[in-house]
Design a protein around this ligand. Sequence first.
Ligand code: SDX
Length: 429
Amino acid sequence: MSDKAVLTLEGKQYEYDIHTGSEGERCIDITNLRKETGYITMDEGFGNTGSCYSDITFVDGAKGILKYRGYPIEDIAENATFVETAYLILYGELPTADQLRSFSGALKEHAPLHTNLKHHFSGLPSDAPPMAILSAMLNMVSCFHPDILEVHTSGKGFDKSAALLLSKVRTIAAWVFRMAAGKAFNDPNPNLSYCANFLHMMFSDPYQEYIPSPVIEKALNLFLVLHADHEQNCSTSTVRVVGSSRANLFSSVSAGVCALWGPLHGGANTAVIQMLEEIQASGRPVTDYINMAKAKNNTFRLMGFGHRVYKNFDPRSIILKKAVDDVLQELNMQDPLLDIARELEEKTLADSYFKERNLYPNVDFYSGILLRAIGIPLNMYTVMFAIGRMPGWIANWRELHDHKQRISRPRQIFTGSNTRSYIPLEKRT
Ligand code: SDX
């Protein structure tokens, strides 16, 4: 197979290198295109454009394959805790027992928030959007840790920054919920696992410590593992763009939270439940909603369906669908929204509109039903996605520095007014 691409422009030929990744993906390196031809490429939404070379996560959208550092998501989901998964994504290898002990110790050490940070919560309205608070607080945390405001991409500085963010994102999230519920904050309990500690901080009350059932703790672990990283998605790309200016890790992931918030991205898990609740309340058949989603003149979309990369099943949705069945059965719970979700999936899989466009359930389609079973309130769903994605954001931020990546600065094609002269105010009509 040729390792050169030939471009003919205005009768002249230009050659560009073709690079092949470790999984056989191929790209045309156009780094010198503009310098040599004066042309740029255009690819709105970057569906055909690679932004980087990465060793972290691999997705084969056609085959529904997802691997973290080479490990298939099915293996990781079945066998690894979120803390092990976070270590793998951050450092490239599954941790040894000693490494896991030390990493877990760092997470426990960094769980508490600075007392002064608590005051910032008290000034916020109880109905403030949790993602707004999360993004703000992640930046705010850095004010109390000037030592790691510097860009540490290796050694103890990076280890501390990563552990601090992975741990504190969980405490901040729990306190966001407690503040909105008008409840006292629970301090982290260092004797609990990562997930049990989060659930304790969320749901314990002064006279009743919340001890999660193993089923609930396992379900939360799985949710976080499945959200840990996913190549150059919108929020991870945002973290890389911000980090490419050599901004610190806290401001970069704070920006990632903002990108994740949108309903086309991480906000979809919330929108799926709202859609299912609307269908349930309407009493209308799901086919009405499927037809709305297909109608060209209707902006309604089936939330939780479709994906820029997966043109087959999102492997995470398959794992989540099974987990929802298992958890509801083990908790002896029913969820009418699950029945609606199943019917939607069944009918879309048989519908040519969805088949022609390769629209399948994505990670967000069943994840909300799992969060409902765990007892997480709806306005916290995208916050949960952010907790899960933290390792991926941190690992990508570090990788861009390891690769000494240039500052991100895309070009554009100008389509506005050509040169014109200033019109004095009195002459403007
Ligand atoms: C996540 O990138 C990642 O990896 C993200 C993520 C991660 O882990 O980080 O996987 C997490 O964000 C998952 C996606 C969550 N979002 C949603 O569920 C929102 C609903 N889905 C869509 O809005 C859409 O499918 C996107 C945003 C996910 C993908 O958008 P694309 O790739 O830009 O696709 P498109 O909008 O160009 O759609 C292609 C066609 C269009 O029809 P035609 O113009 O060809 O006739 O498919 C249609 C769209 O109208 N279509 C849908 C649809 N999604 C796409 N029609 C109905 N319902 C939908 N959900």
